[in-house]
Design a protein around this ligand. Structure first.
Ligand code: HEM
Length: 435
């Protein structure tokens, strides 16, 4: 029989404890059991590593060693053609179609959209009142992703999509995601039925947008337009169903993640006066109006974003399922087992990041890290396709707001961390005040 590494035994207890303490409990588990350790989950047993050697083994293995984690269970909910659930050749082909809109030069088209959205939302903050930074970041990132992905510049239309997408996200419940028997309509009254209704409404909006887009052939820069003209190697286009699924996925994957990362950045910048002073000084050197490319090149701003993504990873654990056997740090893992990469754990290693709990952007100026030591966007064949977009957005939003608004922390209470849908972010609000 295969010997798996030790780890906590009970899936329910493990899940509940990590929902309550999504950073503390996995770190405690790693300390207790060593590396790698076994992690029982509703998706079956998983062997987790948070060491650079283990991560190197997993990221450099042949991509066909793996299939996407939870694809069978989540396909009916997130869409069978969803990039995050595809494996093998289908994953490669779909990823190839979706990468070009996210390449460097394309980013420029979104720079002004991001600066305008950040300035407009921050202009609504009232003096003397606590500023709800996390909520503002969610609004900015949703507006940006809707404009970038769907090209929705008309506010009324954007509002309709915004409401529809937020309603779908709110209706997505872990109960029916992980327990198939709960996917019952129950006369239209169940959580599952509500989710299906809201998804159908959002897809109807998308379909309408597709019709409009096909009827007007003017060239556009948004991701939907680029995907509409993209072709697989055999010359075929994405089907409508594939398009709708990818649109929804990009909007969901792209907005909450970036909003949480930005909220953490604002939080830490305003808890470390020396960091804020150095960052504001760097931003002061830029002429008005802000040139997005000049902002993106600022070294300290980049270090601040990197440090926020290190200390507070929004995806602390990523996984894949083994299609073939694999040796991980001396353990012979059989097909069918899942492997996990603890981004959180490697990002908190004191040998790589001295004083790992401290927010110290300078560490990214003092040395460089390998993709097996620093990986907020995952790695290997499934690395986040929106990484450059997210980092660009973080830099532009921070620059646009910190240049115009002198802010301070509203309290010195620690901000705790919470599971938010499929990612992890600040629990509740991150509040700041005008200085
Ligand atoms: C700070 C913001 C973000 C963070 C921290 C983040 C993090 C991640 C991580 C850790 C993964 C899994 C990688 C792996 O399994 O190796 C991932 C996958 C993905 N992300 Fe992001 N992400 C962010 C923003 C975005 C944005 C803005 C988009 C798109 C607009 C996006 C789209 C995707 C997609 C489509 C995948 C699946 C890739 C695949 O399976 O091939 N993400 N992201």
């Amino acid at each position: 029989m295969t010997r798996l590494p030790p780890g906590p035994g009970n899936a329910l207890v493990t899940t509940l404890r990590s929902l309550r303490d999504p950073y503390g409990f996995p770190l405690e588990t790693a300390r207790r059991y060593g590396d790698p350790y076994s992690w029982p989950s509703f998706l079956g047993p998983m062997v987790v590593t948070g060491s650079p050697e283990g991560i190197r083994t997993l990221f450099t293995a042949d991509p066909d060693t793996y299939s996407a984690l939870g694809a069978e269970l989540l396909g009916p909910i997130l869409g069978e053609s969803n990039l995050i659930l595809l494996s093998g050749e289908r994953h490669r082909a779909m990823r190839k179609l979706q990468l070009p809109p996210f390449h460097g030069a394309r980013m420029r088209a979104y720079g002004q959209i991001i600066l305008d959205a950040a300035e407009a939302h921050a202009a609504r903050w009232q003096r003397g009142r606590p500023i709800p930074v996390h909520r503002t970041m969610q609004e900015i990132s949703l507006q940006v992703i809707l404009e970038a992905v769907l090209g929705l510049r008309e506010p009324g239309r954007r509002e309709a999509f915004k409401a529809a997408v937020l309603a779908v996200i709110a209706a997505l419940k872990p109960s029916f995601m992980f327990i198939e028997s709960l996917r019952r309509p129950l006369l239209g009254l169940s959580a599952w039925a509500r989710f299906q209704r809201r998804r159908a409404h959002t897809f109807a909006l998308f379909e309408e947008e597709l019709r409009v887009r096909r009827a007007s052939p003017e060239p556009r820069e948004d991701i939907l337009s680029l995907l509409l003209s993209a072709r697989y190697e055999d010359g075929s286009a994405l089907t409508d169903d594939e398009l709708l699924t990818q649109m929804m996925n990009l909007i969901v994957a792209g907005h909450e993640t970036t909003a949480s990362a930005l909220a953490w950045s604002f939080h830490h910048i305003h808890r470390e006066p020396a960091v804020k002073a150095r960052l504001v000084e760097e931003l002061r050197g830029l002429p008005e109006p802000l040139d997005p490319e000049a902002v993106a090149r600022l070294p300290y701003l980049e270090a601040v974003c990197s440090e926020a993504l290190r200390l507070e990873p929004v995806a602390p654990l990523i996984g894949r399922t083994l299609r073939k056997g694999l040796t991980l740090q001396g353990f012979e893992l059989p097909p069918g087992i899942s492997v996990g990469i603890s981004i959180l754990q490697v990002h908190r290693r004191a040998d790589l990041y001295p004083e790992p709990e401290r927010f110290r952007p300078e560490r990214f100026l003092e040395r460089s890290y390998t993709p097996f030591e620093y990986l907020p966007f995952g790695g290997g064949a499934r690395r986040c396709i929106g990484a450059a977009f997210a980092l660009y957005e973080m830099k532009l939003v921070l620059a646009a707001i910190l240049r115009k608004h002198d802010l301070r922390a509203a309290s010195d209470k620690p901000v705790r961390v919470a599971v938010r849908n499929t990612t992890v972010g600040p629990r509740g609000e991150v509040e700041l005040l005008h200085a």
